[in-house]
Ligand binder design. Structure first.
Ligand SMILES: [Zn+2]
Length: 400
């Protein structure tokens, strides 16, 4: 098997239950994607919110920009789930345009078959985007108090749900050596708790770092949620005429109030590549703006009018002056920070002399497996964060 190739390419496991925890061909990619049925056909239904509110078993995760509200720590980290009824109670009415429909506990066949009829009595999942802190605290009071039902008194968090936000840390702290990211996490936590009368039962943490520790189902909800939250924040005005835009399609569309143009969430393709030479050595680079000693695969955005394979050859040559021949697709992973889709490739180098510009790329080297393992052990090389596709690809190559 070639390094980096999908281990079970093209093979999907059978669907196990409607929650759909299917095995993915890219399951070692932490953020590989979603098992959640998106039920896109339901997004235009005006009864969406009220139906799932009255059914009583649907809930929302809470996101703000690229951060997600979590509780627990390490491998126990999970997204805080706020029942729709708690959101309505906290707001005194329907949530308006800051709630996005993410999907439902249903299969695609059923989604297609209920067109025009009453929605089925299943659980549905939403994202609540950046609610005011006091509103959030009010919703969490009943969401995570004992029982959580409409009639239960807001008794505050259960002990097991309460989190001391100052101690949140990942399961493998050594792998999150990015000082910038750590600083962002602390800032996000401080901001999340500022101005609150009581401690909220959760902490906003960056999905790009927390992603490694969340379960697959939470990840499947959180990826589109943070992608959409950031898009809504960045698209308040029409790019054609400048008039304000208004959300629609349960959060999956913004329509211009001036010229009527529809705007959809963006996804920007980027490529990342495992470049190997004839001795099966791996090409890794250190970008000037990265933390010291971090080395990773070469990556870059695919430019307008460019094919992904051409972008692989162009970026590798631009950054290292290494020419590559054969280029082969491996897998993809969403990276919504803010809007990337990482397309992973494997490429064979046809030259090995390296020249870096010293400005954008400070260093690039060929590593044998022994070299890289030793460099990681000695601390000479730090790999990128565990949720990144770069980390998974380098690990695959190291595992042979
Ligand atoms: Zn317009």
């Amino acid at each position: 098997m070639v390094p980096g190739a999908p281990r079970v390419a093209g093979v999907h496991g059978g669907k196990v239950g409607v929650m759909g925890r299917r095995k993915s061909p890219t399951q070692d990619f932490v953020l590989a994607g979603s098992d959640v049925t998106r039920a896109a056909a339901w997004r235009s239904r005006s009864d969406l919110w009220h139906h799932f509110l009255s059914a009583g078993r649907s809930w929302a995760i809470v996101v703000r920009g690229a951060d997600i509200l979590t509780t627990g720590a390490g491998n126990e980290t999970r997204a805080v789930r706020v029942p729709l009824a708690s959101i309505e109670r906290a707001l005194g009415g329907p949530p308006g345009d800051r709630v996005v429909f993410l999907g439902a506990d249903v299969d695609e066949f059923s989604v297609a078959s209920v067109s025009g009829t009453t929605l089925p009595d299943v659980a549905a999942y939403f994202a609540w985007i950046a609610p005011d802190q006091r509103v959030l605290a009010a919703a969490l009071g009943s969401a995570m108090g004992s029982g959580g039902g409409a009639s239960s008194a807001p008794t505050g968090p259960r002990r097991e749900d309460a989190t001391d936000h100052t101690t949140w840390q990942p399961r493998r702290p050594g792998r999150l050596d990015d000082a910038v990211t750590a600083g962002r996490t602390r800032d996000a936590l401080r901001e999340a708790t500022a101005g609150l009368a009581g401690q909220p039962e959760g902490d906003f943490v960056p999905l790009r770092t927390a992603g490694e520790f969340l379960g697959a189902f939470d990840i499947g909800l959180a990826l589109p949620a943070v992608a959409l939250a950031q898009w809504h924040d960045s698209a308040p005005f029409c790019s054609s005429c400048g008039a304000p835009t208004a959300p629609g399609e349960a959060g999956w569309l913004r329509t211009c109030t001036g010229c009527g143009r529809d705007h959809y969430p963006r996804t920007d393709p980027a490529m990342i590549v495992t470049v190997l030479d004839d001795s099966d050595r791996l090409l890794l680079a250190h970008a000037s703006h990265w933390p010291e000693r971090r080395y990773s695969l070469l990556a870059g955005f695919i430019e307008a009018g460019e094919g992904a394979e051409a972008a692989v050859r162009r970026e590798v040559f631009e950054e290292t002056r290494v020419s590559v021949g054969e280029v082969e697709y491996v897998a993809s992973q969403p990276w919504p920070f803010p809007a990337s889709l990482m397309l992973a490739y494997r490429a064979r180098a046809i030259s090995t002399d390296i020249q870096v510009d010293g400005v954008e790329v400070a260093d690039a080297r060929w590593f044998s497996r022994e070299d890289l393992n030793a460099a990681i052990r000695s601390g000479e090389v730090h790999l990128p964060m565990g949720s990144s596709i770069a980390h998974a690809l380098v690990r695959r190559w190291l595992d042979g």
